[in-house]
Design a protein around this ligand. Structure first.
Ligand code: ZN
Length: 82
């Protein structure tokens, strides 16, 4: 079980990472070195944000465009359509 204090910390980290294009590893090295290989956190993160394969920015999961082979955000998806 994850404590509420720990969850608050995870949420804050996810909030900070979202909207940036920083690599997860360098972000965690700076902000939360203890979580770099911590699977429960990484799984939690995967359920909230994702790294767009097209623009390279972290986006909210709700902004993910469902395509056959790639994980991209709605914005990149709409560019592709044009
Ligand atoms: Zn994108």
């Amino acid at each position: 079980m994850v404590s509420n204090a720990e969850l608050d910390r995870w949420n804050k980290l996810i909030y900070d990472l979202q909207g940036t294009c920083e690599g997860l590893e360098s972000f965690l090295e700076r902000e939360a070195e203890d979580l770099i290989d911590y699977m429960p956190f990484l799984e939690y993160l995967d359920q909230h944000i994702f790294l767009c394969e097209s623009c390279g920015w972290w986006c909210e999961l709700s902004e993910m465009a469902i395509t056959e082979e790639v994980c991209i955000c709605d914005q990149c998806y709409s560019y592709q359509e044009e």
